[in-house]
Write a protein that binds this ligand. Structure first.
Ligand code: PGA
Length: 253
């Protein structure tokens, strides 16, 4: 059984006090939620205070990015051991904004994945096609490349700490969500690919999240799909009540 994961990617939002206020609002609303991994990913500067605020609760901490080296002359970067030190359990890598705005390629993302695995941190690897790629029938090639190269040389054992987030770029921050069927189609493809690259047991155990305009109004349908194991939520994770409703999704059918 795959434990669902609902993760909030706060992106570049919230001061330290606003971030603490957000988790203080969220904690009572999700305190009775069981069997869901609830994760928040604040900006780096808020990680320490949010870690203190959620200590002892059922909310876990993630960072939105990291560098691939543990330490050294890398001005401006933050490493996996430092993120672990501040209380993170997961790190998001390969988000489409990192790929598009900051030019991150699969090779760098793969090095980050190895650095995280070596540090013992969970990996949330984001993948997803652009609208242009979807419309020109390249979607499956893009997903295959991002999964193959993003996870290259990770062992079956290390795959236990990998979560994949399928986030079609055209659905991120646009209000346009993939339909339940579109999400299921991509997730089933990614799961089969993990099976090809590893084995059936690894494919069956790997959580695949959907991301892209997930809201209280569409989470239930998405979470009812057999291969959708959770959500990576941007905009709607910035409001405690909306995010709590997403965490407390109600599968239909
Ligand atoms: P969104 O962002 O929910 O605002 O579309 C999702 C993401 O980028 O992870």
């Amino acid at each position: 059984m795959r434990t669902p994961m609902i993760a909030g990617n706060w992106k570049l939002h919230k001061t330290v006090s606003e971030a603490v206020q957000l988790v203080n609002g969220l904690m009572p609303a999700v305190k009775d939620t069981q069997n869901v991994d609830i994760v928040v990913a604040p900006v780096y500067t808020a990680l320490g205070k949010v870690a203190e605020a959620i200590s002892g609760s059922n909310i876990k901490l993630a960072a939105q990015n990291c560098y691939s080296e543990p330490q050294g002359a890398f001005t401006g970067e933050v490493s996996p051991p430092l993120l672990k030190d501040v209380g993170c359990q997961y790190v998001i890598i390969g988000h489409s904004e990192r790929r598009q705005i900051f030019g991150e390629a699969d090779e760098l993302i793969n090095r980050k994945a190895h650095a995280l695995a070596e540090t013992g941190l969970g990996i949330i690897l984001c993948i997803g096609e652009t609208l242009e790629e979807r419309e020109s029938d390249q979607m499956f090639d893009v997903l295959r490349r991002q999964v193959r190269f993003g996870l290259k040389n990770l062992t079956t054992e290390q795959m236990k700490d990998v979560v994949i987030a399928y986030e079609p770029v055209w659905a991120i921050g646009t209000g346009v969500t993939a339909s339940d069927e579109q999400a299921q189609e991509a997730h089933a493809f990614v799961r089969a690919l993990v099976g090809e690259l590893y084995d059936e047991a690894t494919a069956a155990a790997t959580r695949i999240l959907y991301g892209g305009s997930v809201k209280p109004g569409n989470v239930d349908g998405l979470m009812s799909q057999p291969d959708v194991d959770g959500a990576l939520v941007g905009g709607a994770s910035l409001q405690a009540d909306d995010f709590a409703r997403i965490v407390n999704f109600q599968p239909v059918g």
